[in-house]
Design a protein around this ligand. Sequence first.
Ligand SMILES: *Cc1c(COP(=O)(O)O)cnc(C)c1O
Length: 841
Amino acid sequence: MLNESLLAGYRRDDTPNDDGAPAWKPPLPPAPAVSAGTDVEAMRDAILAKLAYALGKSPATARGRDWYAATALALRDRVVDACLASGAEAVPPKRVYYLSLEFLIGRLLSDMMGNLGLAATVKAALGQLGVDLDAVAEAEPDAALGNGGLGRLAACFMESMASLAIPAYGYGIRYDHGLFRQELHDGVQREVPESWLAEGNPWEFERPDVAYAISFGGDVGMTMGPDGAIRRVWRPAETVRAVAYDTPVIGWRAKHVNALRLWQARAAEPVDLALFNGGDHVGAVAARARAEAISRVLYPSDGTPAGQELRLRQEYFFTAASLQDLVARHVAERGDLRSLPDHAAIQLNDTHPAIAVPELMRLLVDEHGLSWEDAWHVTTHTLSYTNHTLMPEALETWPVELMERLLPRHMQIIYLINWMHLEQITKHRKIGAEELATLSLIDEEHGKRVRMGHLAFLGARRVNGVSALHTELMRTTVFKPLHLLDTDRIVNKTNGITFRRWLHNANPGLTALAVEAVGEGVLDDPTRLAGLAAFADDAGFQARFAAVRRERKEALTRVVRERTGIAVDPAALFDVQIKRIHEYKRQLLNILETVALYQAIKAEPGRDWPARVKLFAGKAAPSYHQAKLIIRLASDVAKRVNADPDVAGRLTVAFLPNYSVSLAEAMIPAADLSEQISTAGLEASGTGNMKLALNGALTIGTLDGANIEIRDHVGADNIFIFGLDAAGVERTKAEPGYAARAIAASPRLKAALDLIASGGFSPAEPGRFLPLVDELRHGDRFLLTADFDDYWRAQREVDAAWCRPRTWWRSAILNTARTAWFSSDRTMREYADDIWRVRVA
Ligand SMILES: *Cc1c(COP(=O)(O)O)cnc(C)c1O
């Protein structure tokens, strides 16, 4: 079911509580269904009615955007119907609450149509009106409320939970401006604000009645309760309001609907009338601007803490609103908060909502009068935490001084949790100061800072990593001391992707082929993809598989030409690296190989080099200079290589601007080769690797993250593995000078570096890329030099395989056939069974 305030379940009291939050009343019976038709004529008329009555437009004046909004509104009505028809219990036994600072959703139209089973109907209905569905779909802006993999994972999980009928809410922030739009000017990234809400959002329901007061600052006092016990009272300096917006998330075959509830920040008072009337018109709305800033923009930090006060305000804002919401729901339904763990499972996506640990304690102890022991039991049996990175610079910590100023009561609670935690340990055994320091919630080495990973760990019933390797590294490195205190707490849940978006909707041709080969059932049960293996050697099937790919490559060729002006040959091998630009993801290694290949082709023009197109896309964090320089190098290499007649038809390079979910959907079905070449031990899982393998691209990759599990599933013959493994990386790092030795041992690498360093790709500014080359020559934290030769070897293996189409397409088909396990339905089932202990329909 969608949620209580839309259809059934609960009703709100008109009189708010003292703090302005609405009170809850017990459930009402479900509302009677008023259903909207789902045949072509009914759909056509519904779209026309929305166009006229909701948008005030006629077909003659409607723009693509108007048709999109009318279609979305008509579909949303049908989502509401699906919600009513699903007949879900008003009060499910247990709900999942997925807290995430990011949801990288992309477009929703094809999701909604697909899961409602109305794609053909909508296409025909629009067709009767002389409107092209593809053009309508193009008019939808991407909801880019996330930076990359972590946010996209949250979106895949929401879709899978709805498809599995797991009662769930996603909770996050409704940013006015999502991830920036990336423009490239001569290879230089420029960030332009993205305004996805500029023309409204037809999918969401605004809920002005669902609002909570969120406080900051001030101090903490004490009172005596009626029982004589001392109570802490937080006297905040500032209060803002969090207002809910719900986007329905409909599951496959419309069996279940959940809600993604995103909070918008508003001022408690829209205007200071005294100031305004006194003539200070700007000052009168200053407090409002400060409050609303909280949900203004998504932080474009990716893996590095923004370290800014506003970021901490965002984290607390959405966590506190979400907890108040779910606590109020629980109290309305069940009365006693001690039973919260039986009816709610709260998942923290990374440490961004880790403040939930002290906030839930505060709500339970200060506001609902539970004892500390009861509250701690409830907290540690309701919360779980997903870790996404072990890189020290990306592990979130906050200065104690900032916490004390912004969240004084929370800091007290954190100190108390820490004191009890350390007491517990020292009670049982003698322990050195050094070990105690690693266990403490407070890092004393870098000025006093709160370790949010430790806080989340202590407050969680289960802590999970996102691939087998990553989970093992959690146990043996960063979380080792905590792990040894409770060896059951860390569990693995390898990431997944929703096949509805990444196979069915993104690649209808391949989906149709799979349905034809193994039956309709594959749409409901991806493990049936395994049946494709029987066709892997079938020449006719190979030809059709290749034809589907070819069609998508031709489509991508047009996109590349439109966006970059570069002409690429759809017959060439499409070698694709698409992801955030990060040194550990090693786009630079790929560029070095490109340069070396360029030099090799020029040196031996007579050899039969297979035609290759290197495609890159990805955004760099605005303040990440090395990453921006890598983008610029890719663009400069493209410029020279594409203009050189010596390599024409053999090597082409293009960097596509503004990587997004929509661009990913266009690129992934067109990819022949998937680059997953991170330094082993540093990519927690990756999900792009899964999307590409599912669509039949062969992976060239390191033994990192989920690549290892992909290899285990597709078979070592159907993937190109190279480079050091995680243990090898550690060993190499322990031998200083490895970069210099590796460069000296590899004339090919040395020549590529020399060409870049001498301005071969930047003649107007020869030193432009010295910061990149110097880092490799003198530091090379990410071991590009150590892995280069083996990467080159693997790439030549790729060349050889590409020249044997029968084995290539066999491997491609086997990749699709053997990646069903990477469905996020499987991942969500595992969370439901092992972490949340919630029933799956
Ligand atoms: C899947 C996806 C990612 C994650 O890609 P990785 O290769 O796993 O880093 C990032 N951005 C978008 C738009 C995606 O669709």
